[in-house]
Write a protein that binds this ligand. Structure first.
Ligand SMILES: Cc1ncc(COP(=O)(O)O)c(C=O)c1O
Length: 413
């Protein structure tokens, strides 16, 4: 059979499930909310209801609904004391928001290399990055894959550093039987439209320390004291910002949350099936769970493409061939630390004031010492979460397309 990229018939012609999925049953309550004009959380109860529903879903003690995952991370960093001139240890293989939030605090994101098998931060590379300015550790459960939390939490404890989980892709992922986002000092989630519980934009902050969570609520509500109303004048003892979720976002989230558990189980079933099929295909190396991780959320199904098993066929050509066969596939994150944003930040007036020339020169050099992450950025590919909501036959389409390309690889060279 000819490859679709070369004019042949594609393995798959049918569509994948569209995302997000509108919930018709929620039309009545959504219209009621829209007609009421109570779109601000100070005038309604949808945000509070969602906070409770999300706490129940992931077994969290406290949940604060926020405007986005990014704002959750900013609240967490601020409240845990990450200040101008500090350093935060971050995973380099992540969506750019994880870097941006650290820069937002006028701190330096210091990258610890990635474990290419698990796609998450390599815990053995963290301690060498700690210095007197380090203020927090920010692991990312990327693609929904839990980071090695036992080791990371032990390092945090040893050095008296808080651990903030970027769980923005990891709803219902489990580590050691506990939900990701509930293991560290604070956990941050995103409900942006591509996410498993979507509301266009949205986020949540999760924690179990009451005093810390009270401070998060206060910061996100313009610095009004915890327990005061969402509007009117406060008694502004601390700085704050407005990072509140709207009632409309919370209404959408309540209309979506009911499907989260069932969807998660379906993704798991299909991902395990793909694991079992890819095991026998040389050059396709699926993710591995980190030590102690019990379950991924499968926001993405990541794997490494080893071109040497495809006679050197470059990754972008393999990806194009797969897409032509009707199988959507994305490239993982690139070497974003060379995109320009870091240079722009560290040459800015503020950073030049906050850090010594020696530190910034060394920081710039260290960006060239992330060999495992560099390799991963050249090999990673992924399938999308909506594909994992399909049936076993649809997973066979994915595998058959990969096998077809492998068989016909010489024609693409
Ligand atoms: C790993 C990670 N961190 C942070 C964010 C930021 O979340 P948001 O887009 O809701 O601001 C995202 C969102 O895509 C993400 O994937």
């Amino acid at each position: 059979m000819d490859l679709a990229l070369l004019g042949g018939q594609p393995v798959r012609k049918s569509k994948w499930i569209d995302w997000p999925v509108w919930n018709k049953e929620a039309e009545g309550s959504m219209m009621e909310l829209l007609r009421s004009g109570n779109w601000f959380r100070g005038d309604g109860n949808k945000c509070v209801e969602f906070e409770q529903a999300y706490a129940d879903l992931i077994g969290a003690k406290r949940v604060l609904a926020t405007a986005s995952g990014t704002t959750s991370l900013i609240i967490a960093l601020h409240t845990l004391g990450v200040d101008a001139g500090d350093e935060v240890i971050v995973s380099p293989f992540t969506f750019i928001a994880t870097y941006n939030v650290v820069f937002n605090q006028k701190a330096l994101p210091v990258f610890a290399d990635t474990d290419p098998e698990t796609f998450t931060i390599n815990p053995h590379k963290i301690e060498e990055k700690i210095n007197e300015r380090t203020t927090a550790i920010l692991p990312v459960h990327i693609c929904g894959l839990p980071a090695d939390m036992n080791r990371i939490l032990a390092i945090g404890k040893k050095h008296n550093l808080p651990v903030i989980e970027d769980a923005c892709q990891a709803w219902l992922a489990e580590y050691d039987g506990k939900m990701c986002g509930t293991l560290g000092d604070l956990g941050c989630f995103s409900f942006q439209n591509s996410k498993h519980i979507p509301s266009g934009e949205g986020g949540a902050l999760v924690g179990s320390n009451e005093a810390l969570m009270d401070r998060c609520v206060s910061y996100h509500n313009c610095g009004r004291p915890y327990g005061s109303s969402m509007k009117g004048m406060g008694d502004y003892a601390v700085r704050g910002s407005n990072k509140r979720m709207t009632e409309v976002q919370a209404g959408l989230l309540l209309s979506q949350i009911g499907r989260a558990r069932k969807d998660a189980d379906k993704r798991l079933e299909n991902a395990l099936y793909l694991d079992s099929r890819f095991k026998d295909i040389p050059g396709i190396v699926p993710y591995k769970l980190a030590d102690g991780a019990t379950r991924s959320a499968y926001h993405l199904y990541p794997f490494r493409y080893k071109k040497e098993y495809f006679d050197g066929l470059p990754r972008h050509k393999f990806m194009a061939a797969l897409q032509a066969e009707g199988i959507p596939c994305g490239m993982g994150y690139g070497k974003q630390y060379f995109d320009g944003l870091i240079e722009e930040a560290i040459t800015s007036k503020g950073y030049q004031r906050l850090f010594s020339k020696e530190r910034l020169d060394r920081y710039r050099e260290e960006l060239h010492n992330l060999p495992d992450n560099d390799l991963l950025t050249e090999e990673a590919l992924w399938f999308y979460q909506n594909m994992l909501l399909a049936e076993k036959e649809d997973m066979d389409d994915i595998v058959n397309a990969v096998l077809k390309i492998h068989e016909n690889r010489s024609k693409l060279l």
